[in-house]
Design a protein around this ligand. Structure first.
Ligand SMILES: [Zn+2]
Length: 151
């Protein structure tokens, strides 16, 4: 059996890859904590997929990173409750430790979440095409070239 190079959806999301080919990295910088780490290639360096499909395409990602943050908080709360325990009694400070730790963590993770929300967002509009080499790229319809750098 020939070895199929296959990357799964979540694998592509967690490694910030283009949703069309799941190969090309969409961000110019690899490190989420470097300066301008949300700067993206205009086109996927592997398959050429435009990363900005329309003007203001990424405005909606604020909601995505918000949802990701809430999901993380909820998950950390459940983990905390199971592993450490939480009561809402007045002499139990454990919920405040959870708050302190999880909010700090959430704050520290913002660059990662911002990038992830962009990759997620793009992946909801661009479908995976394992045979991308055989198909033409869907060109964005409403892009005005001089607005490309405005977001
Ligand atoms: Zn690509």
């Amino acid at each position: 059996m020939p070895e199929l190079k296959k990357r799964y959806y979540l694998g592509a999301i967690f490694t910030d890859r283009c949703p069309r080919c799941r190969e090309g990295k969409v961000f110019i910088k690899n490190n989420a904590y470097s300066k301008n780490s949300t700067e993206m290639h205009h086109n996927c360096p592997v398959c050429g997929q435009p990363t900005e499909i329309e003007v203001g395409f990424y405005y909606g990602t604020g909601y995505v990173s918000y949802a990701l943050s809430i999901a993380l908080l909820a998950a950390s709360f459940v983990a905390w409750k199971v592993l450490i325990g939480v009561t809402f009694s007045i002499d139990d400070n454990r919920i405040f430790y959870w708050m302190g730790i999880s909010f700090t963590l959430l704050f520290a993770l913002q660059p990662v979440l911002m990038r992830m929300s962009r990759v997620l967002w793009l992946s909801w509009f661009v479908t995976y095409d394992p045979k991308w080499k055989e198909h033409p790229i869907e060109q964005p319809e409403r892009i005005v070239p001089e607005q490309m750098n405005n977001w």
